[in-house]
Design a protein around this ligand. Structure first.
Ligand SMILES: *Cc1c(COP(=O)(O)O)cnc(C)c1O
Length: 228
């Protein structure tokens, strides 16, 4: 199986951007308030390069090692490339993650928060952090339980001085995502956090209606995921 041709990736990007703008206008929002995070996981560096050539600057990857294999040359060639980590982060990968990523969307436990704070002091790099909330309280899924979110936000921001800028969620696959997006938005408002990373290929328009500032879109841009 091979990935999409560069022209197809460029056309998909145009289509997704148009739908984002449309959804923003329908919600009475400025389309410029919404950042498209293009998720290229499982796709090769040539797919990312095609998106860059089509003007896309913000990317998401869910594995540190895969991102380390693909992104350093692309970042060297494109100083304005912004890379988000959107998958679980193990504490033994914190050093690599802080070095490579500009935004870490998956801060979800005290041990990781402490390790990130320590590494940020050591390295002098301070990638923005989003706190992942497990809105569906799914045992197999990462994220802070919704009832512990306020305390965890206060701990990460207050006690550890982490640069927490917002919240992120991945709703359960079999539930109406709008309820989860609304819960995430409420939690962010209550805690004075401006950024909301929510919505994927199947539901980013719903997420925009409910206040998403970042949508993470993979297959609608790059096609079906490739075998790793
Ligand atoms: C893969 C992934 C996405 C993108 O999913 P698509 O359905 O392909 O758009 C978004 N967010 C996270 C956390 C992911 O792992």
């Amino acid at each position: 199986m091979t990935g999409l041709q560069p022209e197809a990736i460029a056309a998909n990007l145009t289509g997704v951007r148009e739908r984002i703008a449309e959804a923003a206008r329908a919600a009475g929002r400025n389309p410029a308030q919404i950042t498209l995070v293009a998720v290229g996981k499982t796709h090769g560096a040539e797919a990312i390069a095609a998106a860059l050539a089509a003007g896309q600057k913000v990317f998401g990857e869910n594995r540190v090692q895969e991102a380390e294999a693909k992104f350093p040359p692309l970042k060297a060639a494109h100083a304005d490339l912004i890379l988000h980590l959107i998958g679980p982060l193990q504490t033994n990968k914190v050093r690599e993650a802080v070095a490579l990523f500009d935004v870490i969307e998956t801060l979800d436990r005290p041990k990781l928060a402490k390790a990130l704070a320590k590494e940020m002091v050591k390295s002098g790099r301070r990638p923005d952090c989003l706190i992942q909330v497990n809105t569906g309280e799914e045992p197999q899924k990462a994220g802070v339980p919704p009832r512990q979110a306020d305390d965890f936000i206060a701990f990460a921001r207050g006690e550890l001085d982490l640069p927490v800028t917002g919240l992120m969620c991945i709703p359960p696959a079999d539930e109406e995502p709008a309820l989860h997006f609304a819960l995430l938005a409420e939690t962010a408002t209550r805690n004075g956090l401006a950024q909301l990373s929510m919505g994927m290929s199947a539901d980013y328009e719903t997420a925009i209606r409910l206040g998403a500032t970042h949508v993470r879109v993979g297959s609608a841009i790059f096609g079906a995921r490739q075998p790793r």
